[in-house]
Design a protein around this ligand. Sequence first.
Ligand SMILES: [Mg+2]
Length: 315
Amino acid sequence: MLTAKQIKQGIINGFVADALGVPVEFQQRGSYHVTQMQGYGTYQQPAGSWSDDSSLTLILLANLVQAGTMHDMMRKMVTWLTQDAYTPAQLTFDVGHSTQVAIQHFMQGSEPEMAGDASEMGNGNGALMRIAPLAIVLEDEADLNTRFQLIRDTTFITHRHPRALIGSVLYVELLRHLLSQLPLETALQQAFLSVQQLSLPRAEVAHYQRLRQPDFWDIPEQMIHSSGYVVDSLEAAVWVAGNADSLKDAMLTAVNLGEDTDTIAQLSTMIYWAQHPDAVAPKEWVDHLILPTNAEHIIDQFAQKYGDFGRSNKF
Ligand SMILES: [Mg+2]
C-alpha cells in the first residue's frame, strides 16, 4: 500500500517527465538529445512547463478528491480549454484533437459518456495520458467490473473507440499489478487476462499483440514507434520502463525517442514508478518544475485521501 508521500512523489514524477518532453514534442528521433530540463522549443514555454497530460491528470485528481461525476470532470475540462485553468502559468497549450472535440461536444450539450470520439481515427493517447491515478484509486478494488466501469467512464469522455478503451484497461491494470509488486512481465500478462475476462473485442486486442511477445524488451529501438497512436505510446512506455536502469534513465530515454515525447515520458515514468514507488525524479528537475500552489494543493489532497492513512473514506 502506498503512502501519501509516495503518491505525491509519483504524481510529481509524471509532471516532471511531461515538462522534460514538452520542448521537443513532435521532433524526430536523432535530431536532438535531451539531457536536462530545458525551456522553449516546440511551445516556447519556460523550463518546467507541463502540458495537457498533467493538466488533465490534475483535473482527474481534483475530481476524485471531490468524488465528482463525469459531468463535473468535463466542466473542469471546459475551464482548462477555455479559461486556462489547471495549467502551470495560466496558459493552455498542447491540446489533443479528440480531447478538444469531445470538450466542445460537451459544451454543445452532449452527455459525457457520448462526448468522446468513437471513430478508428480517434485512437490517440489522450485518455491514456490522464488516467494513471485510477490505478492508485483502484489498487485494492477486487471486482474487475467495478474497475472496468471507472476506467471506461473516464476514457469515454474523450475516447470511445474499443482500441483506446483496451489501451486504458491494459495501462491501469498493468499499473495496479505493478503497485502490488508483481514483476513487469507477470503484471502485463495479468493486464491482458483482465481484457480477456471483460470480453473486449479480440480483433481490437490483437493490435496490442506485440506486448505479449516474451522478447518484447529485446526489440531494437528503431522498431519502437513513439507516436501519439495509443498502441504505439503504450508499447513505447512499457519498453522504456522495462529497459530502464533508473527513473532518470526512463525519462531521458522516452524523451529522446522523439514525436510524442512528453506523453511517452509521462507514461514510462508512471510504469517505472509503479515498480519502484520510492523512485524520485532528479532534484534539479523537480526544482525547475512550475507548480502553482493550487495545483500542489490538489495533489496533496489526492495523496492524503488515497495514501495509507486516508483510504477508509475513498470514493
Ligand atoms: Mg502533452
